[in-house]
Ligand binder design. Structure first.
Ligand code: NAD
Length: 418
């Protein structure tokens, strides 16, 4: 992984690039490059041994012109103010490209959750929820899971909020367990949109998905589901990696069995169907038809991009390519389906969860998947239309042109406030 790009600067350069093709005032663009507000808070909790420990936590509310702020909460040592600001901006343009009535937000706590017990994590999460309480709510800001958080943390946040507010408001947060107001299909949604977008791209490029080879970097929630679903669509998953390394089999392997191995041992490395163990960088540069980066941002920098040989990249992770890598891949004619569309399944089904919570009426998994497919296909069509209309150099710029225009329209239509 390279640290050559500050994620917030990456976001801003993507917006500047798209602004060249937009009929939007420069002052409005400037507004759309910065978060409306960022909460930075210090949380101090008691460790199991009685000692106190302080943690830095953030919540960035980037833009609410199209609806309540929406975005996950991440637990990771690399969490920083700039990372959270960037991720909240990507959420704004993600909800806009898939045209759901939500804005963009993101939060995080800088820690390695592996170093803490479940009781400590619960105290920390509830302490963060208490700080977030004035800012969140189903019509204000609706958090969700992200790296190293899941249903457990969402349930704690919901319970803390509802207890303090003395109400029931399941729509204050999404990504909850089913019995706590979660949605069918939410766990699979990010991987599902990643492969639906890839399917549309293959179709657009007149490429056959049946028998296409696939490499997946990062075998967590997004990556492993993408591997499973693309395999079900007839493609062949030949490589996968996690933070411990990568596996490879030229004939393909069973993605579900690889996940079982990871569940048992903590890593895909050592999986018996693997012909050879390869490095994380090898996984990213393999000669495959489709590459799915599904770990963290900046996984591919310009140097590594020179060695990338995939024809299509579907970005399950947020910001996996640095802007410099983007330029290299554009020259090499790699079709990159941008994160804000490819991984928008998570936020789209979060939106369905929020709708169901508000209606107190729950949908079948079949309905969730069908509605998700319609949204991703429509978003891909809007991207391609703009890509061709402006003869754009890459699909990412097309996605930002569509998304920024929608946010700018909402801002301008609201008129001015004295
Ligand atoms: P996760 O924690 O479940 O999985 C992350 C995986 O990446 C793990 O397998 C980890 O071992 C692996 N990893 C970490 N560093 C790596 C490296 N250097 N090389 C290879 N693998 C590495 O997280 P997730 O929920 O799957 O999220 C992954 C990415 O997808 C993030 O960028 C996240 O923001 C994005 N995303 C997730 C969702 C969602 O709903 N889960 C939605 C939208 C976007």
């Amino acid at each position: 992984m390279s640290d050559e790009a500050n994620p917030f600067e990456s976001l801003q350069s993507q917006i500047d690039e798209a602004a060249n093709y937009l009929d939007v005032d420069g002052d409005v663009i400037e507004r759309l490059k910065h978060p409306e507000r960022v909460l930075e808070t210090n949380l101090t909790i008691e460790r199991d041994d009685g000692d106190l420990e302080r943690f830095t936590a953030f919540r960035s509310q980037f833009n609410g012109d199209r609806g309540p702020y929406k975005g996950g909460i991440r637990y990771h040592p690399q969490v920083s103010r700039d990372e959270v600001k960037a991720l909240s901006g990507w959420m704004t343009y993600k909800t806009a490209i898939v045209d759901i009535p939500l804005g963009g937000g993101k939060g995080g706590i800088a820690l390695d959750p592996d170093d803490y017990s479940e009781a400590e994590l619960e105290r920390l999460t509830r302490s963060f929820a208490k700080e977030l309480r004035p800012l969140i709510g189903e019509d204000r800001d609706v958090p969700a899971p992200d790296v190293n958080t899941g249903q457990r943390e969402m349930n704690w946040i919901k319970d803390t909020y509802e207890s303090l507010e003395n109400t029931t408001e399941p729509g204050v947060i999404t990504g909850k367990a089913l019995d706590s107001g979660g949605s069918e299909g939410r766990v699979e949604a990010t991987g599902r949109s990643t492969v639906l977008a890839a399917r549309e791209a293959f179709d657009y490029l007149d490429k056959d998905l049946e028998g296409a080879t696939v490499a997946v970097q990062g075998y967590g929630n997004a990556g492993w589901i993408a591997a499973k679903l693309i395999d079900e669509m007839g493609a062949t998953v030949v490589a996968a990696s996690d933070s411990s390394g990568g596996i490879y089999n030229s004939d393909g392997f069973d993605p579900v069995a690889a996940k079982d191995h990871k569940n048992e041992t903590g890593s895909v490395v050592g999986y018996e169907e693997s012909e050879e163990e390869i490095t994380n960088d090898d996984v990213l540069t393999l000669d495959v038809d489709l590459l799915i980066p599904a770990a963290l941002e900046n996984a591919i920098d310009a140097d590594l991009a020179e060695d990338v040989t995939a024809d299509v990249i579907s970005e399950a992770a947020n910001g996996p390519l640095t802007p410099a890598a983007d330029e290299v891949l554009e020259e090499k004619d790699v079709f990159v389906i941008p994160d804000i569309l490819a991984n928008a399944g998570g936020v789209t089904v979060s939106y369905f969860e929020w709708v169901q919570n508000r209606q107190r009426f729950y949908w079948s998994e079949e309905r969730v998947n069908k509605e998700l497919e319609t949204i991703i296909v429509d978003a891909f069509d809007a991207l391609v239309e703009t890509y061709e209309e402006h003869d754009l150099e890459n699909p990412r710029t097309a996605a930002y042109v569509v998304a920024i225009q929608r946010v700018a329209n909402a801002f301008e239509e609201a008129g001015s406030w004295p």
